[in-house]
Design a protein around this ligand. Structure first.
Ligand code: ATP
Ligand code: MG
Length: 415
């Protein structure tokens, strides 16, 4: 007995056609570009022990306190669907002994999960591409990651619409001093801050700067920037990052109050933002996370990385033109129909994309070939088959010629 079809889960997506091609184009472009920079791909699990995320991202962050998909498995262990890649990659770095390869440049992509209010550009299952360098404390690593991100956006054709906002969060003494000044600033506006930010004021005042609540924005925007609190070391590190970017021709703007939603960042923090996606304007974001691996129980290890939302990049970049098959094979008659299986297989094995409808008369099949954007229709009647030839029609020009079946692969490939 068939019941009602269950709905797609809120905040998830089904993709076909143009939307899927735009999505795939981001992944393909990322895979090509990360290869140029020597980042090797890693595959890691979609779920981890909850502690992996709670300890690294920070218990008081929105991601951990409100957005994680956490559940007990049948054995009673607390598991969490990954809300991001960095923590899982760092866990693997420690448990799989990847320390021996340090410094190591890694890339990943796939689904991530956050329980958020769904809207355009914001989903509960979304997808990220991710790049990380673990085991390098040098500012050159920060630069290389940013140049990689910049080249990705260029190759997607969207670098004009996206700007790199850059900040430093300094080292521990810098942050302590900045934090004190921020608390003093926010205390003056206690009565005007949102409830969430009042809570942040005691738990993690830096994060008020990142608030999306309109009540907090003017107070956050008028907060003191970090510069006057930077130690000499932190300022020198940041200067090396910016001069590296300048040398590589990567444009950036300074945002002295930019902070990231996760607790683990030190020194470099950045976002690539656009005004074309409304409130969902951050397309790629990251920074240096020198404290993360230590908080997972590993030896103090520097790291730096970024992640980008594939959907947001795909919305900006759009889909490349869909490609039809090189050949649509149209058999007419019983003998031709049987022989066509061999011909279509030969074409495909030779690397020529070829398709053949399961049914339909000549006219229907021709319409289908045109609609699919095929380059050639190869028409095979029983008479032609007996002579060992086929009619090859160029669907662009309309020109038609007779081609020997022995030379069919060359004939449709060459053109
Ligand atoms: P936002 O401020 O938009 O919530 P975030 O700071 O939480 O973003 P990160 O944790 O830095 O985002 O994740 C990196 C990227 O992943 C973001 O820049 C964005 O492009 C994308 N992203 C984050 N959350 C979502 C979501 N719910 N749906 C789609 N893409 C997302
Ligand atoms: Mg978020």
């Amino acid at each position: 007995m068939a019941g009602q079809t269950p709905n797609r889960i809120r905040g998830t997506q089904d993709m076909l056609g143009e939307a899927q091609r735009a999505f795939q184009h981001v992944i393909d472009t990322f895979d090509r570009v990360r290869g140029l920079y020597g980042f090797q791909r890693v595959e890691i699990p979609i779920f981890e022990a909850t502690a992996v995320f709670a300890r690294s991202i920070g218990e008081t962050t929105d991601v951990v306190s409100k957005e994680m998909y956490t559940f007990p498995d049948r054995g009673g262990d607390s598991l969490t669907l990954r809300p991001e890649f960095t923590a899982g990659i760092c866990r693997a770095y420690l448990t799989e002994g990847w320390q021996q390869f340090a410094p190591i440049k890694l890339a990943a992509s796939g689904p991530v999960f956050r329980y958020e209010r769904p809207q355009k550009g914001r989903y509960r299952q979304f997808h990220q591409i991710d790049a990380e360098i673990i085991g390098a404390a040098e500012p050159q690593a920060d630069v290389e990651l940013l140049v990689l991100a910049d080249q990705l956006l260029r190759e997607l054709g969207i670098s004009d619409e996206v700007t790199l906002q850059l900040n430093t969060l300094g080292d521990a003494p810098t942050r302590d001093a900045w934090r004190t000044a921020l608390v003093a600033h926010f205390e003056k506006y206690r009565g005007e801050l949102s409830e969430d930010s009042l809570d942040r004021l005691t738990r993690n005042p830096l994060r008020i700067l990142d608030s999306k609540d309109p009540r907090d924005r003017p107070i956050a925007d008028s907060a003191p920037g970090i510069d006057q609190f930077l130690t000499q070391e932190a300022a020198a590190f940041f200067a090396q990052v910016t001069s590296g970017l300048d040398a590589a021709g990567v444009k950036w703007t300074r945002n002295e109050t930019l902070v990231r939603g996760l607790d683990y960042y030190r020194h470099t923090a950045f976002e690539f933002v656009t005004d074309r996606l409304g409130a969902q304007g951050t397309v790629l974001a990251g920074g240096r996370y020198d404290g993360l691996i230590g908080s997972l129980g590993g030896p103090e290890t520097p790291g730096v990385g970024w992640a980008a939302g594939i959907e947001r990049l795909a919305m900006l970049a759009g889909a490349p033109q869909g490609e039809g098959p090189q050949v649509a094979l149209i058999p007419m008659g019983a003998a031709a129909e049987a022989a066509a299986q061999g011909i279509v297989a030969t074409l495909r094995r030779a690397g020529v994309s070829a398709d053949m409808a399961y049914r339909g008369n000549m006219k229907k099949r021709m319409q289908k070939a045109n609609a699919a954007g095929a380059r050639f229709a190869v028409i095979l009647g029983d008479d032609e088959l007996a002579k060992g030839v086929a009619a090859v029609k160029d669907l662009g020009s309309g020109a038609q010629s007779e081609v020997s079946l022995d030379t069919l692969v060359e004939a449709v490939r060459a053109a």
